[in-house]
Write a protein that binds this ligand. Structure first.
Ligand code: PGA
Length: 252
C-alpha cells in the first residue's frame, strides 16, 4: 500500500558505538515528535544491523539492509544471504543503489535475481535506480530509468509490488549537494508511475510508493515531498545526523 516513507541509508559510516547512538537518537526523536503516517527506516552497515535492530525493536523505527546476495547460502565469500538477514529480524533490503551498480558492478540481471530472492523470502525491497549526468544532459533520463525498472522488475507479477518501494535517485544528485528540483523529481516520479501503470495497470501504479533520493535535506525536503507523486525520500548524508533526519521525516 502507498505510504509516506523516509529511509536513512547510512552507507559505510558509523562503527558500533556510533550506530547504536544514532539509532537510539532517531528512535527517541520519532517518539518525541509523535511521528504518525510516515514509515521511518534506517539502514546501518551489515555488522551493526543486529544491534541496531535490537536497539530500535520497541520503537517505530524499522531497520533495513543496504544490500544482500541472492543465494540462500554457499561459497560466496564476504556475502550475506536473505535468510541471515531474516534470522536477525531484518525484513527490508535496499537493492540497486547506484553505488552498488557503479563500484561493485551490479547490473540489472543481477538485481533481478536479488529482487526475486528477497520476495521469495518475504522481504520488502527498496529498489533504487536513476540516471547519470550524461543521460540527463542528453535527454535520455526517462529511457534509462524505464529500462532499469523493466529489466529488474517487469518479470514480476503485479502482487509483488505490494512488497516493493521504488526509489528514484538521479546519480548526479547523490552526495553532490545538487538536488533535483521539485519539478524534475515530480516529472520523473509521474513518468515512473506511468511506466508501472502501462505494465500493471493504474491500481498497482497508484499503490506503489516512490521515494526521491539525492541530496535531500531539511531545507528542501518539504518542497520535494509536497509533489503529488513523491512519497518520501531515501536519505544519505542527512541521515547521519538525528535532528536533520527527523526534520526530513516530519517534512510531510
Ligand atoms: P545523499 O545520498 O542524500 O547523501 O545524496 C542519497 C543516497 O545515496 O541514497
Amino acid at each position: 500500500m502507498r505510504k509516506n516513507i523516509v529511509a536513512g541509508n547510512w552507507k559505510m559510516n558509523n562503527d558500533l558505538a556510533a550506530s547504536k547512538k544514532l539509532a537510539n537518537q532517531v528512535a527517541k526523536l520519532v517518539k518525541k515528535n509523535k511521528v504518525k503516517g510516515t514509515k521511518v527506516i534506517i539502514a546501518p552497515t551489515f555488522v551493526n544491523l543486529e544491534r541496531v535492530a535490537k536497539a530500535t525493536k520497541k520503537s517505530k523505527v524499522k531497520v533495513a539492509a543496504q544490500n544482500m546476495h541472492f543465494a540462500e547460502s554457499g561459497a560466496f565469500t564476504g556475502e550475506i544471504s536473505p535468510k541471515m538477514l531474516k534470522s536477525i529480524g531484518v525484513k527490508t533490503v535496499i537493492l540497486g543503489h547506484s553505488e552498488r551498480r557503479e563500484y561493485f558492478g551490479e547490473d540489472d540481471a543481477l538485481l533481478a535475481k536479488k529482487v526475486d530472492a528477497a520476495l521469495e523470502n518475504k522481504m520488502d525491497v527498496i529498489f533504487c535506480f536513476g540516471e547519470v549526468l550524461e543521460d540527463r544532459k542528453s535527454g535520455k533520463q526517462e529511457h534509462v530509468v524505464e529500462s532499469q525498472i523493466k529489466n529488474a522488475l517487469f518479470h514480476l507479477e503485479a502482487k509483488a509490488f505490494d512488497s516493493i518501494v521504488l526509489a528514484y535517485e538521479p546519480v548526479w544528485a547523490i552526495g553532490t549537494g545538487e538536488t533535483a528540483s521539485p519539478e524534475q523529481a515530480q516529472d520523473m516520479h509521474a513518468f515512473i508511475r506511468k511506466t508501472v501503470a502501462n505494465k500493471y495497470g493504474d491500481e498497482v501504479a497508484n499503490e506503489v510508493s516512490i521515494l526521491y533520493g539525492g541530496s535531500c535535506k531539511p531545507g528542501n525536503a518539504q518542497e520535494i515531498f509536497s509533489k503529488p507523486d513523491v512519497d518520501g525520500g531515501l536519505i544519505g548524508g542527512a541521515a547521519l545526523n538525528a535532528e536533520d533526519f527527523l526534520a526530513i521525516v516530519t517534512a510531510f
